[in-house]
Design a protein around this ligand. Structure first.
Ligand SMILES: C[S@@+](CC[C@H](N)C(=O)[O-])C[C@H]1O[C@@H](n2cnc3c(N)ncnc32)[C@H](O)[C@@H]1O
Length: 277
């Protein structure tokens, strides 16, 4: 650890363009590295904290600019450059988070939700789909203005909000936890997202007649998942739609005979299924 912080500070100070708008990713990653080194810092801590404040201020300015673009209805363009920035062709699989989650958390004004209640067995606690996988999903879905993405177990609501911002589709979140729904509604209102709505309730009682895509980041398991899939299968008898999934529930969806996937199912990536005709 010795020397690691001074070396990092020196490298960051030498990087004269670090505060430029297009270096957002590098600033977020630099803040992560500073955070990791600061507890053991000793004397250089003051310099590191000053630099941290500069980096955070530059990021806050940029988050605010993106937020204002979303409020004007220009969010798709404002976020476009960050959706694949710096990845090349590869998308990191798995459920870890990266700098894009900081970006989304900085831009979307999530209030601190109140205390969440304990969920019954078979209902899964809140954990957001990592932002890179949401952007990957939106690229692959290519939603249009007539689409409606319904997130079953929507938590703080970033999937329906990003779908609406990035595609112009409607976004609906269905979430059992009232505190999350209140936070999601406040966030959508602050961003002036007229085409996003959040419904508080059990996904088993949802209106499946609305929705061209249903998203499931393993919100429930066992008999709760079975009941929702049975309702979706009945709806599939009337019309076609797609289901996207992330996490362990993908295995269950892949075994459903009324669903098909056009892509190979890659571990740690979002899967997209369509109803069979
Ligand atoms: C793993 S998180 C997924 C969050 C969000 N869909 C995402 O992709 O970022 C699961 C969410 O489902 C919610 N949930 C669990 N059981 C539910 C049910 N029966 N009906 C509605 N929401 C439920 C939880 O409160 C939690 O917010």
């Amino acid at each position: 650890m010795d020397g690691a912080l001074p070396d990092l500070l020196e490298a960051l100070r030498r990087d004269r363009a670090l505060m430029e708008p297009d270096r957002l990713r590098e600033r977020i990653e630099a803040l992560d590295r500073l955070d990791a080194l600061l507890p053991d810092a000793g004397a250089p801590a003051q310099c590191a904290q000053a630099l941290q404040q500069q980096l955070e201020a530059a990021n806050a300015t940029q988050f605010e600019a993106i937020r204002e673009a979303i409020q004007r209805g220009d969010g798709r363009e404002a976020l476009q450059r960050w959706r694949r920035a710096g990845d090349g062709a590869a998308l990191r699989a798995g459920d870890g988070y990266d700098w894009r989650d900081e970006l989304v958390g900085g831009v979307l004004p999530f209030g601190e939700p109140g205390e969440a209640s304990a969920l019954p067995p078979e209902m899964v606690f809140y954990q957001p789909t990592p932002a890179r996988h949401v952007f990957d999903l939106l690229d692959r879905l290519a939603l249009g203005a007539d689409d409606v993405l319904v997130d079953l177990g929507s938590g703080l609501g970033h999937v329906p909000m990003l779908a609406a911002i990035c595609s112009g589709a409607r976004g609906i979140g269905i979430e059992i936890e009232p505190a999350y729904v209140a936070s999601a509604r406040a966030c959508a209102q602050a961003l002036r997202l007229a085409n996003v709505a959040f419904v508080q309730g059990d996904a088993r009682a949802a209106d499946f007649a609305v929705g061209s895509v249903f998203h499931l980041y393993t919100p429930f398991t066992g008999s709760v998942l079975r009941s929702v899939l049975d309702a979706l299968r009945r709806e599939a008898g009337c019309r076609a739609f797609r289901i996207s999934s992330f996490g362990p529930c993908t295995r269950v969806l892949a075994a459903e005979p009324w669903l098909a996937s056009d892509d190979a199912l890659l571990p740690g990536r979002v899967a997209i299924f369509r109803t069979r005709s």
